[in-house]
Design a protein around this ligand. Structure first.
Ligand SMILES: [Zn+2]
Length: 277
């Protein structure tokens, strides 16, 4: 699947900085974008695209950002930001995630997951998922979310926003939300030999195998969309995984096979042709 990573603003964008100008918002946004991009590259079938200028020299216009995402045919758009209230120090704070004001279902589901992961990872105040009429949410043709990862005009949160550890934490949390929403599969791990002689290592535990309940695989996205819509009408929350040029409509992934079998049986009864992958 195609994921757009959009780090808000540019280094010189007016106002988008800490009250004491000790950090520009874009520095935070672009760092998180870089870590998120690196993490997503570990997942099968994922391609990513930046719609900002990673050097921060240009503040790419909002229109250019959504035009690029639309032209690329992205599946999802993730815009990364740090918040500010008035630009004067205050003690309010926390994390919030936005979706477009019509509350589109998939974006909402993704936003809920990302928001929960961010709160779990950072322990900051949960301001929740909110709706807004932001350009990047309105003009992007795909599911779009905008995350505000803490306040630059709160001294404690600014210290976090400046730290590399916090930036990595935010990136991992956003990745976790995407992984959960779209059932992304981690690529087989390449084991690099240790640099020093060490004692023989115990074999590492195998990753949990997941049993994916699939109700169709299509070369045309429209057909997968139609099947997913049918499943939605039947009360399920399907997702479409792109794998080797096929759009696979899946409903749930289970670590216990019995649970996958149960779901498969239920779906069969409702007339779906089911395959456990
Ligand atoms: Zn911003």
């Amino acid at each position: 699947m195609k994921i757009v990573i959009d780090a808000g603003h540019g280094n010189s964008t007016a106002g988008k900085r800490a009250p004491d100008d000790s950090m520009r918002e874009h520095h935070f946004n672009a760092a998180v974008a870089r870590y998120l991009d690196a993490e997503l590259k570990n997942y099968e079938g994922v391609s990513t695209k930046f719609t900002h200028d990673p050097t921060g020299k240009n503040d790419v216009s909002l229109k250019a950002r959504t035009d690029a995402a639309n032209a690329w045919g992205a599946d999802v758009f993730v815009s990364i930001h740090a918040n500010a209230l008035t630009g004067k120090w205050h003690t309010g704070g926390g994390i919030e995630t936005f979706v477009y004001k019509t509350n589109p279902k998939e974006a909402r589901a993704l936003a809920e997951k990302v928001q929960a992961e961010l709160i779990k990872a950072t322990g900051l105040r949960n301001r929740g998922v909110k709706v807004a009429d932001f350009h990047v949410l309105r003009e992007s043709k795909m599911s779009a979310i905008l995350v505000e990862c803490g306040f630059m005009d709160n001294r404690e949160e600014l210290a976090l926003l400046k730290s590399d550890a916090y930036r990595r934490k935010c990136a991992q949390a956003i990745a976790n939300g995407l992984i959960a929403q779209y059932g992304l599969k981690r690529k087989a791990v390449v084991v690099t030999p240790p640099k020093q002689e060490t004692k023989p290592q115990a074999t590492s535990p195998k990753p949990t195998k997941l049993y994916r309940v699939q109700i169709g695989a299509y070369s045309k996205k429209a057909n997968a969309d139609a099947e997913a819509a049918k499943a939605k009408r039947a009360g399920y929350t399907p997702y479409i995984a792109v794998d080797k040029g096929l759009y696979k409509v899946q409903i749930g992934a289970y670590s216990v096979k019995v649970n996958a079998d149960k779901m498969a049986a239920e779906l069969k009864k409702k007339g779906f042709s089911v395959y456990i992958a």
